[in-house]
Design a protein around this ligand. Sequence first.
Ligand code: ADP
Ligand code: MG
Length: 606
Amino acid sequence: MRIKSLPDQLINQIAAGEVVERPSAVVKELLENSLDAGADQVSIEIEQGGVRLIKIRDNGSGLHHDDLSLALSRHATSKIGSLDDLEQVASLGFRGEALPSIASVSRLTLTSRSAASEQAWVLEGEGRERLPEVKPASHPLGTTLDVRDLFFNVPARRKFLRAEKTEFGHIDTVVKRIALSRFDVAFRLSHNGRQLFQWPVSDSTLGSERRVAGVCGEAFMQAARFFEHDAADLKLWGWLALPSFSRSQGDMQHFYVNGRVVRDKVISHAVRQAYADVLYHGRQPAFVLFLELDPRSVDVNVHPSKHEVRFRDSRRLHEFIRRTLKKVLADSRVGESEAAVLKATPLQQASEPLPRLSQQSALTLPSVKPSPSPSQLASQSRLYSELAKSLPFEKKGEKNQILEPKLAVQQEEHPLGYALAQLHGVYIVAQNNDGLILVDMHAAHERITYERLKTAYAEQGIAREPLLVPLSLNLSEAEVNAAEQHQSVFSELGFELDCIGAEQLRIRQIPALLHGSEVEKLVQDVLADLLMFGETERIQAAMNEVLSTMACHGSVRANRQLNLSEMNALLRDMEQTQRSGQCNHGRPTWTLLSMQELDTLFLRGR
Ligand code: ADP
Ligand code: MG
């Protein structure tokens, strides 16, 4: 067969293969266009999972009469004009590919009026090769894109479409993700005539948080901390869920680079490292984060779907993200007055159960609505009557903290309040101004011991252990080079490595703390990190794991009786300790049941 040029229609359909994978991809492209056009009102109407209809209307700048047909031709864009522009793209689109691709696989109608014109115009694409005439129409300032019968002329693609519900699910996700990137734009979404949400323009943190809660749920919002960090040319801000709110999947991780939804290895690795010390293995953190940086230092022209980016200085960025987030998490100790922090470990956990842990899992999370079984009720009332007998109800003049809680509250100055009692040897029951505090004794003590061990370890310097029989490692040349280049990283943490060949390394000394662990694998993983990201916390993490185990064994076990002053001392320690909101496994260490929540529980004041 001889070579021939392909017809335009087919070229567009080939491009559509990459750009328009499924209905949600159409929605994404059209929303990006509306945002690029400066709209602050966008409404999205979907029918039958987007296969029958995707209709997006905005109040943006609109298109000039002569641009209507241009918009549907390939590589026609108003957003860039030169290579220099391409190197600093500030808009979401720039490839001039989306509309022609979509038009080639659907029946598309474009209606628009720009400020320059009294008249609106309409163009019907209809998946045909030749574009029809532009006709007069009626439309307010802005644009409506009407995409019908997606893939009607591409049976192969149609076969890959999933059930209506699934396709709509993808659309819902896309719209929400984009809505999170622009709090200054109102969004409305409906499916088969039913409105699913309408989010107004928000100009306050509160309004933004309402939207975040709409996407990620109330429980996320309660567990999340808002932060903002500026450093010269980099800015990171957003909401970070404290580790007690974790997920089994990475489905609540929203990261935006200059307003663009982005999936990136460097970023996710940096985030994971920030959570390394506070999240139980296998759990995924939840966050909504915005990174802002000079468009010149990020290349968005990596893939037609524009989900991937490349950073000019990915190592510096990695460090910036990791450090910033780590600090936000470390500061999440109890004792900060912000309500957000007091709500750090809400009773309502993420809907899924936490993973089962070692023996300590006997201490389960409190649930919101306890529904005791009849036998539990019986034993509880027995307990109460025994308790009543033992309590000095009749003795006048004697101060009992349980009977006169007011007294303790008046002197309140500590966020975790004062201990009242110990419950079944597992929980400390305390009260503060807001209500009832429950502390998981073992979990709390474990974190405190752990943080102390880490501090002590850092202060005393690292004990080193020379290996009598050095370990040899066979590696790639790049890995051996990385080991040589990062000698100092290793030696600071107690390792001594020798390169004994282009592809061989010898471990001659290790930190004593890691005696008996899999050092070879650790060194290999560290080198992989160094090659990819330029830094690593693996050695630190491995040492922390050992310290964490030591802390676990050295901490008060459940079922140990503590007296009131011991319990109060533990509460004060918690207030002083970093990351004390979670135990070393990421489980919460304490929770607050506010007076209001208690009143609701007892139907008081209704
Ligand atoms: P790109 O967004 O990469 O420029 P598209 O094919 O998505 O390419 O759009 C082509 C052009 O059509 C855009 O550059 C823009 O000028 C115009 N356009 C598309 N959608 C809109 C809209 N909603 N409002 C105003 N102009 C639009
Ligand atoms: Mg576009």
